[in-house]
Design a protein around this ligand. Structure first.
Ligand code: TRP
Length: 453
């Protein structure tokens, strides 16, 4: 790195910008597409309970730890571990993060492409008048036909790359600051409609009543994975964003606020979806298609439904975009800082190589659906490996690193901004990062491997 880039390293412009950018990364398809479908397949209330425990016991701690690593090192995840632990193998966590970024982008952008298709279908009036069965057919047909999903995927990859080329301030910040409030308002409208459908109560019960008999090792692992996925933690996205946070921002309270917002949006999405699922006669376990089938149904039952649907899928695409840029930024920061590429070259190289894996992923619902491992197509394999394995493993080592390896004085320095904050959370954070979070992650793994009951 030359001297100039070391002194003028790009950063977020202020308090609100930091929280908005990190929330932009966290809030996305994970909340609105993935949370409802995974909760639906894993028992509803029982899943939600474990999910919330994971967020509180593990999520905030991992997020704060990533911020500490990123801001202390001022580097991409790989470079950060190299700088903070020279000559030690911790950099492997950073490397795994870069690999995970490729895998996540491939399947995440696939789904982001679906949101563009539904934006298009709403604006052209094609979802109007369709019932659950017809919408299911529409979704399946779209998914299996290879051309349109591919086209939307490539468009979305292109958008992501275009924003990343222009850098953190101009690129990332501008797009994350304004859109979230709109999406929030639309979600609330959806909740109101969903809750006023006859028979809605059963959906609420499904989401909120924890039927403990449904708690299996699989449900617990899925809840852990979803908590990591939704908070964007475990692969260094927030190490990278942490490196753009100024020295006078409060890391712990930023982590707290983002976690609260992210969790609230997921639950609100659940309140929008499940009452309607039960009221309109769908199944909560409808796999990856759940929201693409149920939400259009709810919009049908609203005045100006098409307009709302169009707006909603547009905003959902933008929410997805503020997440895909945060993942692509990890790869690009790595290429720029470690392989000394220009930002432009790095972005193009990353976008093209992710697209190759992405094309295979998109086609895994159609032409390549026969490629399967343990009955999962490429899409599900990537989703499973990253959320349920790589992110929690990454998070495990991140908290071990901060809890047991990194100097306590430096942790204090980052959490108190070199003494200018009181650091009220410091003792609590220390306890969680040393004991609660690593033990909880390890227990979930042992439990799901059947070693620990
Ligand atoms: N959290 C985002 C969502 O919920 C997705 C995402 C962005 C992500 N960056 C990530 C997931 C890093 C895992 C890791 O939509």
């Amino acid at each position: 790195m030359n001297d100039q880039s070391a002194t003028v390293r790009d950063s977020f412009s202020g308090r609100f910008a930091v929280v908005a950018a990190v929330a932009g990364s966290a809030i996305g398809l994970g909340n609105i597409w993935r949370f409802p479908y995974v909760a639906g397949e894993n028992g509803g209330g029982a899943f939600l309970l474990v999910y919330l425990v994971c967020i509180i016991a593990i999520g905030i701690t991992v997020m704060t730890s990533e911020f500490i690593i990123g801001r202390a090192a001022q580097k991409n995840p790989y470079g950060a571990f190299k700088a903070l632990a020279p000559g030690k193998p911790w950099f492997l966590i950073g490397l795994m993060g870069v690999v995970a970024a490729f895998m996540i982008l491939a399947f995440y952008t696939t789904v982001a492409g679906w949101t563009l298709e539904y934006f298009y279908q709403s604006i052209t009036g094609n979802i109007t008048g369709k019932n659950n069965a017809e919408l299911t057919v529409m979704f399946d047909t779209f998914l299996k036909g290879s051309f349109r999903p591919l086209l939307w995927f490539l468009i979305f990859m292109g958008l992501t790359g275009a924003i990343i080329i222009s850098g953190v301030r101009k690129g990332i910040e501008k797009y994350t600051k304004v859109m979230m409030p709109f999406l929030f308002v639309l979600l609330i409208l959806l909740c109101v409609r969903s809750l006023t459908l006859p028979g809605a109560g059963e959906g609420l019960r499904f989401l909120f009543y924890p039927d403990i008999s449904k708690l299996t090792p699989k449900v617990i692992l899925e809840a852990l994975g979803q908590s990591f996925f939704s908070l964007s933690i475990g692969m260094g996205t927030l190490i990278t964003y942490g490196s753009y946070i100024k020295k006078n921002e409060n890391l712990a309270s930023s982590a707290g606020m983002v976690t609260l917002a992210d969790t609230a949006i997921a639950i609100i999405a659940g309140i929008a979806i499940f009452p309607a699922v039960f009221a309109l006669g769908g199944s909560p376990a409808s796999d990856t298609g759940l929201v693409f089938i149920v939400l259009p149904e709810i919009f049908q039952k609203m005045p100006l439904g098409n307009i709302f649907a169009t707006l909603f899928f547009l905003l959902l695409s933008i929410a997805a975009l503020t997440s895909t840029i945060s993942v692509l930024e990890v790869i690009v920061a790595y290429l720029v800082e470690e392989l000394k590429m220009s930002r432009r070259k790095a972005t193009i190289a990353a976008t093209l190589s992710v697209s190759v894996l992405g094309v295979i992923t998109v086609l895994s619902f159609g032409a390549l659906s026969n490629i399967r491992v343990a009955d999962k197509n490429v899409f599900s394999i990537l989703e499973y490996l990253t959320s349920n394995i790589m992110l929690p493993v990454g998070g495990f080592f991140i908290v071990l690193f901060i809890g047991w390896f990194f100097s306590p004085a430096l942790v204090k320095k980052e959490l108190t901004n070199d003494g200018s904050l009181k650091g009220r959370y410091l003792p609590l954070f220390r306890f969680f990062v040393k004991f609660i979070a690593p033990v909880a992650i390890a227990m979930v793994f042992l439990y799901s491997l059947g070693i620990f009951r």
